[in-house]
Design a protein. Structure first.
Length: 366
């Protein structure tokens, strides 16, 4: 038998056994429900064991009430035919034993089953599941005719397979990337150059790309998911380098016109960060005690469209307070070298063929 639930009441002291029982009920129940409902799902084969008994193998079934009928060990049943040698039906029905007595009450509920040999096959109103029909052969041997179900049991539902419109086919691709840069660790120098650029828009937050990697997607993209480990390292001449910073992020991206709308949830930094415009983010503010400039810096992983049409993963360092003389002075005076790295597991979903297109919208919809 398998766990089903715990029977609670006011004042019940929940023990480890109760929690383990409840967790096992959820896990085993979910595993079994993946096999759909109705009649026998696996096992419950009946075989003759000599002339006067049968063995029923372990199995799983769902009766017409949706109960999980389960047996985890072989069961041996003695066979005695009625007068006249009429056949017998081997059936299994749902049983729900209880145990775990606490303060005079049973608190553990189980899914189990009971086997029976019947001279008459179960009718439509009977919740028993037929496993086999037994007869005595002309040579006296026990003959087993497997049934595995009952006429009134509903057929298992078909596996869901969404119809694909003509000319379209669902596609998927996935992989792992490892990128990092810059090789000489001069990320802060590159950011200082971006801040000093006279053509920069004062309303923009300066952003410098330190490393990229392109991924070819041989179909039209519908959505992209990623899991990233983003690492930031700062070094300085001599001692005094701060500890390495790391963050783990779960990101999503999807076409939005000519761009990619993207967001991420990142953990591992000073606090969880919900980010828009990137699939990973790591604030560098933990290093502010080492150098004030880090209070305004963040590392990110962004997904872009390359000129070739491929997806481009980019590791960037951003200044979050806008350009100005003060941040430029802080960057030019620091002696620290910044290096960023990312390990990215990604999965892309899309389709081939002609899209369901809406005027002014370049995204694809399945």
């Amino acid at each position: 038998m398998k766990p089903r639930q715990i029977a609670v009441f006011d004042g019940l002291r929940i023990t480890t056994e109760h929690l383990d029982h409840l967790q096992a009920a959820f896990l085993t129940g979910l595993d079994d429900l993946r096999e759909a409902t109705g009649a026998v799902r696996r096992g419950f084969e009946v075989r003759a064991d000599g002339a006067d008994q049968v063995v029923v193998e372990p199995g799983l079934a769902f009766d017409l009430d949706g109960n999980r009928v389960v047996c985890e060990e072989p069961r041996t049943l003695g066979v005695v035919f009625p007068e006249g040698g009429a056949p017998l039906w081997v059936t299994v029905t749902y049983d729900q034993p209880q145990s775990g007595e606490t303060e005079g009450r049973n608190t553990l509920v189980w899914d189990d089953c009971e086997f029976d040999l019947r001279p008459v096959a179960p009718g439509p109103a009977d919740r028993a599941i037929v496993l086999a029909r037994l007869e005595r052969g002309t040579d006296g041997a026990l003959v087993v005719h497997p049934q595995l179900g009952s006429p009134q049991a509903a057929q298992p539902p078909p596996v869901f397979a969404p119809a694909e419109p003509a000319g379209e086919r669902l596609c998927a691709a996935q992989g792992v990337l490892r990128i990092g840069g810059p090789p000489d660790g001069n990320g802060l120098v590159l950011l200082a150059a971006a801040l000093a650029d006279p053509s920069a828009d004062p309303s923009d937050e300066p952003c410098v790309t330190l490393a990229t990697a392109d991924v070819g997607i041989p179909f039209r993209l519908v959505s992209l998911s990623s899991q990233s480990v983003l690492t930031a390292t700062v070094t300085a001449d001599g001692d005094g380098s701060p500890p390495v910073l790391r963050a783990v992020a779960w990101g999503e991206a999807a076409p939005a016109g000519a761009l990619l709308a993207q967001h991420a949830l990142t953990t591992g930094g000073p606090a969880p960060v919900l980010t828009e415009g990137a699939v990973a983010e790591l604030p560098l503010s933990e290093w502010a005690g080492t150098a004030p400039i880090f209070a305004r810096l963040r590392a990110r992983v962004e997904v872009r469209r390359a000129d070739s049409g491929d997806l481009r993963f980019a590791v960037t360092v951003d200044w979050t307070a806008g350009p100005g003389e003060e941040p430029l002075h802080l960057l030019e005076s620091t002696s620290y070298r910044l290096h960023l790295g990312a390990e990215i597991a990604w999965k892309a979903l899309g389709c081939t063929g002609r899209p369901h297109h809406h005027e002014g919208d370049e995204s694809w919809q399945l």
